[in-house]
Structures are given as C-alpha cells and as structure tokens.
Design a protein around this ligand. Structure first.
Ligand SMILES: [Zn+2]
Length: 197
C-alpha cells in the first residue's frame, strides 16, 4: 500500500508543451518544441533547453502531527493544501531553501533532519519540477504557525486524522508513507541543516 513512488503526473501528458515564440538573443522566431521540450531559433540558431525546476518540500513533523499550509487561490495549487515548498533560489543550497520556505509560508523555524525522497512532478505543461523532499522538526514546540507568502493558512494536522485536500498528489503520498513507516531519511550536512540556535 505504501510502496515508494517518485514520479507524479498532474495533467494529461499528451498535451503539447508551450514554447517560446521569440529568441531571447536576436528576437527571431523559435522553432516548434521538440520531444524533449527544446527549441531552436530560426534566425541565429541558438538552442533553448527546458529543464525541470529544482524545488524543495519539507515534511515538518511534531510527534504524530504534520505541518501543512493552504495555497493562496491565485497560486499554483489554487486553494488546496501542501507541505511547505518552493523553488530553490540561485544562491542558496537546498537545505537552506527548505528552512527558508517553511519560515516564509508558516513562520516556523525548523531544523532539517533528513532527506526523505526526490520526486519528479509533472505539474502542468509549462511547469515540471524536481523536488527534494526533506524531513524537519520545529526548533520550538510552542510556536503556532501563521500562513504567509504563497500560503494563506498554516496548521498542524494529526497525520492519522482527516487530512485536507492536497494540491499535489506527491505530498499526500509522502505524508502517508512517512507516518505509516517513519524513518530518519538520508543524513544531512549539519552545517546547513539548522540556521537558528
Ligand atoms: Zn536567435
């Protein structure tokens, strides 16, 4: 029932992927999108590659509770619930990115304790992500979460109780699998796993 899953598809994959209309270098017309999502400029020949976006999501566990946030209705995920998550910024490592996303979306300071999984998410024709899934614990047990940034609400949920509707199938799988079979995940680089002491 809780076999590992690492590839999730949120749309009909046969639909074609939208590409760029014009070249970023010379303004020439771009070719049709090829089977890998790539294009080339019909003017200067510049190749445009498309790759999944690197992201991080964080399962923050407090005993048998999990920290979830509700995505703002105008955001990707449209009013449904998810693990705190987001794209990794250019000048940060993924561990720091995980701590930052939890803080931004819930106000909770966490320590990353393990790497739970890595997931391919085909979210929409224009957004494919590669998500490093981290395990974390709150640094303080007493602080109550507050939704902010891409989230309008953040709450603790009992993992064995009624969970809300999820924006991303991967999150539901990760939560169910983790609490059915808790494990520590792969060890993390301690130098980047905790920012606040
Ligand atoms: Zn060009």
């Amino acid at each position: 029932m809780h076999e590992a899953r690492q590839v999730f598809t949120g749309y009909e994959r046969s639909s074609s992927s939208p590409g760029a209309a014009f070249c970023e270098s010379c303004g020439g017309s771009m070719s049709a999108v090829d089977g890998n999502g790539g294009q080339f400029c019909t003017g200067c020949g510049r190749k445009k590659y498309r790759n999944p976006l690197p992201a991080v999501s964080v399962l923050v566990a407090r005993g048998a509770e999990v920290l979830l946030c509700r995505r703002k209705s105008e955001s990707l995920g449209n009013g449904l619930w998810c693990l705190p998550c987001g794209y990794i910024e250019h000048n940060e490592d993924f561990l720091t990115g995980g701590i930052r996303e939890v803080r931004e979306e819930t106000g909770i300071e966490v320590e990353i304790t393990g790497i739970l999984s890595v997931v391919t998410n085909y979210l929409s024709p224009s957004v494919h992500s590669l998500v490093v899934v981290l395990l974390a614990q709150p640094i303080s047990q007493e602080v109550e979460p507050v939704g902010a940034d891409d989230a309008d609400v953040a709450e603790w949920f009992a993992a064995d109780g009624q969970l809300p509707a999820f924006a991303f199938e991967a999150d539901q799988h990760i939560i169910e699998r983790f609490f059915a079979n808790p494990f520590h995940g792969a060890p993390v680089d301690r130098r980047f796993a905790q920012l606040v002491r």
